[in-house]
Design a protein around this ligand. Structure first.
Ligand code: KG4
Ligand code: ZN
Length: 355
C-alpha cells in the first residue's frame, strides 16, 4: 500500500498487463524492489498454422488466459491484489480486439480495488524496457526501436518526451525478417528462425545493398531488400544456399540499422544508444551495434532478449514511472492507432486521453 510521506507518494507495486498482439502477459513492478514478477503466455504456436496472427483468435485467447496469469504473477511476487497501488495496461497501438481484453480487465480490476488506471502506449513500453536492466541508461538517449510493426529512431529526453528522428517508409525491420523467412519456407514467427538459419550461412556468397544509406537522413526502407532476396532465391536452392542468403539478408538489415544509429548519435550529439523491440533480440544486431558504439566510445543498452519482445514488465515499469512522476488515473479506450508523438510527459494534459 502507498504511504503518504507528506512530500511525495511512495508507490507500492504496480500491475502491468500486455495484450496488444499475440502475447498475454502480466508483471509487477515497484520502486523499491524493481521488477517483482512477470509471466507470459505466447500464442505463437496457435497462430503458426495460419502463418501469422489471426486477430479474432488472439482476442479470444487473451480472454481465456488473462485472469489466471494475473493470479500467477501475484503468487510469484508473494502479493495479494489488495497490495497493489495501480494498474497499467497497453491501450494501443495494436489489434483492437486484443487491446480491449486487457483494457476491460484492467478497468474492472482497478474499479473493484479502487486503484488508479494508467493506459500505456506499447512503444513507450518498449522504449523504457532498458530501464529494467542494470546499469540503467540515463536520459537523454537515442533509441532504436525495431519491432514487427515499427522501425524508428527517436531522441528520448524523459518519460513521454520522444522526438522521432527517422522511421521506416514501408516495412518494419521485423516485418522484413518475417516476410523473408516465409519466402525461405521457415515457420512463423520467422525472425528468430531466419536468424538461426543465417548463423549457418557463409558471409559474402550473396550481397545486398544497404537501403537508404547512400543519402542523408535517418529514415529506413526494407521492402526493396525483401524483394531483392526473392529475386535471388531459386527453387533448387539447398539448405546451405538458403542459409547463405539468410546470412546476407541479416547482414544487410543489421548493417543498415547500425549505420543509421551512428548517424543519429552524430546528429544529436548524444553518447547513449538504447535498442528496443523484438528485433533487438537479434544477436548479429547486438554485436554490430556493440562494435559501432565501442568505436565512438558511446554507451549501448539492451533489455535482455525476453524484454525486447512483447512483455508486461515494460508496461508495469512505464505505469510505475508515470504514476510516480505525478500522472493521475485516466480512462482511455483502446486505440488501434496511436502516434507516439501524441504522448506527453507525466502530468501534462494529453489531448487524446480523457482524464
Ligand atoms: O516487439 P515485438 O515482440 O512485437 C511487436 O510489437 O511487433 O517484435 C516482434 C518482431 C517479429 O517480427 C519477430 O520476427 C522479430 O521481432 N524478432 C526477431 C528476433 N526475435 C524476434 N527478428 C530477428 N532476429 C531475432 N532474433
Ligand atoms: Zn511490441
Amino acid at each position: 500500500m502507498s504511504q503518504n510521506t507528506g512530500l511525495m507518494k511512495v508507490l507500492g507495486p504496480i500491475l502491468g498487463l500486455e495484450t496488444s498482439c499475440d502475447e498475454t502477459a502480466a508483471a509487477i513492478y515497484d520502486g523499491q524492489h524493481g521488477l517483482r514478477a512477470h509471466v507470459l503466455h505466447s500464442q505463437a504456436a496457435m497462430h503458426a498454422e495460419y502463418g501469422g496472427v489471426v486477430p479474432e483468435l488472439a482476442a479470444r485467447d487473451h480472454v481465456g488466459r488473462i485472469q489466471a496469469l494475473v493470479a500467477a504473477v501475484l503468487k510469484q511476487a508473494g502479493l495479494h491484489a489488495a497490495d497493489l497501488d495501480g494498474i497499467a495496461y497497453t491501450a494501443g497501438p495494436g489489434l483492437i480486439g486484443a487491446l480491449l481484453v486487457g483494457g476491460a480487465f484492467a478497468a474492472g480490476l482497478a474499479q473493484s480495488l479502487d486503484l488508479p488506471l494508467i493506459p500505456i502506449h506499447h512503444l513507450e513500453g518498449h522504449l523504457l524496457a532498458p530501464m529494467l536492466e542494470s546499469p540503467r541508461p540515463e536520459f537523454p538517449f537515442v533509441a532504436l526501436l525495431v519491432s514487427g510493426g515499427h522501425t524508428m529512431l527517436a531522441r528520448v529526453d524523459g518519460v513521454g518526451q520522444y522526438e522521432i528522428l527517422g522511421e521506416t517508409l514501408d516495412d518494419a525491420a521485423g516485418e522484413a525478417f518475417d516476410k523473408t523467412a516465409k519466402a525461405l519456407g521457415l515457420p512463423y514467427p520467422g525472425g528468430p528462425e531466419l536468424a538461426k538459419l543465417a548463423a549457418r550461412g557463409n558471409s559474402g556468397v550473396f550481397r545486398f545493398a544497404r537501403p537508404m544509406t547512400d543519402r542523408p537522413g535517418l529514415d529506413f526502407s526494407f521492402s526493396g531488400l525483401k524483394t531483392a532476396v526473392l529475386t535471388q532465391l531459386k527453387p533448387d536452392f539447398d539448405d546451405q544456399a538458403k542459409a547463405d542468403l539468410a546470412r546476407a539478408f541479416e547482414e544487410a538489415v543489421t548493417d543498415t540499422l547500425a549505420i543509421k544509429c551512428e548517424r543519429a548519435l552524430d546528429a544529436t550529439g548524444l553518447s547513449s544508444l538504447i535498442v528496443a523491440g523484438g528485433v533487438g533480440a537479434n544477436r548479429r544486431l547486438r554485436e554490430r551495434l556493440k562494435l559501432a558504439t565501442d568505436r565512438r566510445r558511446a554507451a549501448l543498452y539492451f533489455p535482455r532478449p525476453e524484454f525486447c519482445t512483447d512483455n508486461a514488465a515494460m508496461i508495469a515499469y512505464a505505469g510505475w514511472a508515470r504514476l510516480s512522476a505525478g500522472e493521475s488515473a485516466r480512462g482511455l479506450p483502446a486505440r488501434a492507432r496511436w502516434p507516439l508523438q501524441e504522448l506527453r510527459a507525466p502530468g501534462v494534459a494529453d489531448p487524446a486521453v480523457p482524464v
